[in-house]
Ligand binder design. Structure first.
Ligand SMILES: [Zn+2]
Ligand SMILES: [Zn+2]
Length: 140
């Protein structure tokens, strides 16, 4: 299943009105493996000639996150935003390059049921962030 990559369609699909600011913010984040902070989004938009205020960037990021189009991450104590796929996934976060990989939940299902058997703890599998080192950073 591939999500539509046209920001306009994604916004409407998520029940948001398609404003120029939201389209610009979403278009900047689509296809990026690393989450960006509001400041970084703001700087990059202005660099590309779109002069959108920081407050507006924050507002756009919040509504996109509320609508489920973006997932948030804590990178060095700062909130960062990433455009994620619509299918359920876990996050594998590289602590060296900050790349986030989406991992299909099936891979961790066995581990989670084993965890449950040993501890009686029932985890919510919808959002599980694992920190570690990605294949690229581990390589020679
Ligand atoms: Zn995600
Ligand atoms: Zn890495």
């Amino acid at each position: 299943m591939t999500a539509p990559l046209v920001p306009d369609a994604q916004l409407r699909g998520a029940g948001l009105s398609s404003t120029a600011q939201r389209r610009a913010v979403l278009a900047l984040l689509v296809g990026r493996a690393r989450p960006l902070t509001a400041q970084q989004v703001h700087v990059e938009l202005n660099r590309s000639g779109r002069h959108i205020g920081l407050t507006t960037v924050y507002r756009a990021l919040h509504s996109l996150t509320d609508a489920g189009l973006l997932h948030t991450f804590d990178i060095d104590g700062q909130r960062a935003y990433r455009h994620c796929g619509t299918t359920p996934h876990q996050h594998l976060i590289c602590t060296r390059c900050e790349t986030v990989t989406e991992c299909p939940p099936e891979i961790v299902t066995n581990w989670l049921s084993e965890l449950h058997q040993h501890t009686g703890f029932t985890p919510h599998p919808d959002r599980l962030d694992l920190r570690g080192v990605c294949a690229t950073c581990t390589g020679p």
